[in-house]
Write a protein that binds this ligand. Structure first.
Ligand SMILES: Cc1cc2nc3c(=O)[nH]c(=O)nc-3n(C[C@H](O)[C@H](O)[C@H](O)COP(=O)(O)OP(=O)(O)OC[C@H]3O[C@@H](n4cnc5c(N)ncnc54)[C@H](O)[C@@H]3O)c2cc1C
Length: 456
């Protein structure tokens, strides 16, 4: 029988149940984005799959909103809510690597930092995000784009199976062999279909990579973006590189008199033999004069932590994303108009390549929309002072609006903000109708609705 009150729930679970009167409630209710100031009625720091099952039943039977929090990085703050229930995985951080099978099974609260360091010990890795504190669960279930995507596909392309607590409170295994429709849907459909208590990944031999940001004068923007468009089209799949606007942070590799200046950058990553890296980066040095750089051979987990300091917990954030098929000259001109005005050192546009191995997967093989896109663009602003909200949100919106005519109507669900729910159909393109069918089968009452929601 499901619990009726938080006290009854406390009796049922092994983990911690936090309510508003408890010391530590503020810590339990807050997520990564400092703009989100919500007050759930109950936060359950689950200790095992049984806790997740009990908490799903509690939310369902008491008709309460239910948030699932993996790493807590959702831009719109889907990892918390007002007056509802939160399943918080922050205590479930175990990773078990099987070096022979080249797989890893990771619990629902594992971050990419946890995952990468665990697999690195065996010289193995899989596609993950570029910040170490992001959760593997939310990132993978929406897609998963990072330095290794061109080589090994999206994170979700490397998912072998998942343990999923569904709306009826049962635990199912989802894989190609078991509950294949559910497995199809969770690979792109985010948290719409259930609570993943653990995820199993395919790994690849990656130990050290040749990596680093290269900064060019902002006047080179159009030149760099045109070069990058042509370069990445046919680059070997081991090349993961993306352009970014970046205000120079006060770091030793940047001349002191340039700190605070805006640059156009390319962040390169060669995951083939590291000794080839210098040669593979040659083109980045030929296209224009590099004014500052920090490139070299680096252990893979380190590159996924390189930008962590720009995104501390509590920083205010606003996000927009678009899929892009062709980076036209008109689009490049729009980037050159808007990118250089990024308001803070943590605000940027990244243009991630999703060609290469991402195109090797059929468009309907997983729920991820837009396999035909070549880039996933994100515009994100991050800042500290609430009085700067309007300026930062305005920059993201204007930039995104200017790029929209040169992009697909949909974008990557994990780069969408809270005001993007009407774009869900477009985000999934031709896969949307099948997602609705699977949603009706597994979650007809829309228990899992605190997300970019697929309405049953
Ligand atoms: C600083 C920063 C850097 C980022 N970098 C990248 C990047 O390099 N590549 C990229 O692809 N994306 C990136 N993102 C976007 C990221 O993929 C999404 O924000 C993602 O939702 C974060 O997952 P999470 O588990 O940390 O978030 P949470 O807020 O915990 O969860 C987000 C959503 O995922 C679902 N979810 C989470 N955990 C589970 C679970 N265990 N079971 C079922 N559903 C679950 C829920 O529906 C939830 O609403 C970044 C975000 C931030 C803030």
């Amino acid at each position: 029988m499901s619990a009726k009150t938080p006290s009854e729930l406390r009796e049922q679970v092994r983990g911690e149940v936090v309510v508003p009167d408890d010391a530590g409630y503020d810590d339990a209710r807050l997520v990564h984005n400092g703009m989100i100031d919500k007050r759930p009625a109950v936060v359950v720091r689950v200790a095992n799959a049984g806790d997740a099952m009990a908490t799903v039943a509690y939310a369902r039977d008491n008709d309460l909103d239910l948030s699932i929090r993996g790493g807590g990085h959702s831009g719109p703050g889907f990892g918390t809510n007002d007056g509802g229930v939160v399943i918080d995985f922050s205590r479930m951080r175990g990773v078990r690597v099987d070096p022979t099978a080249m797989t890893a099974r990771a619990e629902g609260g594992v971050t990419w930092g946890d995952f990468n360091t665990a697999t690195h010990a065996f010289g193995l890795a899989t596609t993950g995000g570029i910040i170490s504190t992001t959760g593997i669960a939310g990132l993978t279930l929406g897609g998963g784009i990072g330095y290794l995507s061109r080589g090994f596909g999206l994170s979700l392309d490397n998912l072998v199976s998942a343990d999923v607590v569904t709306a009826d409170g049962k635990l199912l295994i989802a894989s190609e062999e078991e509950n294949a429709d559910l497995f199809w849907a969770i690979r792109g459909g985010g948290g719409n279909f259930g609570v993943c208590t653990s995820l199993e990944y395919r790994l690849h031999p990656v130990q050290d990579v040749y990596w680093g940001p290269m900064f060019y004068e902002i006047e080179e923007t159009e030149n760099i973006l045109r070069f990058y468009r042509d370069f990445i089209k046919d680059a070997p799949e081991a090349m993961g590189a993306f352009p970014a606007f970046q205000i120079a942070p006060p770091l030793p590799f940047i001349p002191e008199d340039r700190h605070g200046d805006m640059f156009i950058a390319i962040v390169g990553c060669w995951s083939g033999p590291p000794e080839e890296g210098e040669r593979r980066f040659k083109a980045f040095h030929e296209v224009a004069e590099v004014k500052a750089e920090m490139v070299g051979r680096v252990p893979y987990p380190a590159i996924n932590a390189a930008f962590d300091d720009l995104f501390p917990k509590g920083i205010r954030q606003y996000w927009k994303g678009n899929f892009v098929k062709e980076l036209t000259d008109e689009a490049i001109a729009a980037h050159a108009d808007h990118g250089p005005h990024a308001p803070t050192v943590s605000s940027t546009m990244h243009l991630y390549p999703i060609n290469g191995a991402c195109h090797g997967v059929a468009p309907d093989a997983t729920a991820f929309g837009h396999r035909d896109a070549n880039f996933a663009m994100v515009v994100v602003s991050a800042w500290g002072d609430p009085s700067d909200d309007a300026a930062n949100i305005g920059w993201v919106r204007n930039y995104s609006d200017a790029i929209a005519p040169h992009s697909e109507p949909g974008g990557y669900v994990n780069f969408m903000d809270g005001d993007d729910n009407e774009r869900v159909r477009a985000n999934y393109g031709g896969n949307y109708d099948r997602l609705v069918e699977v949603k009706r089968r597994y979650d007809p009452d829309n228990i899992f609705r605190v997300n970019q929601n697929i309405v049953p």
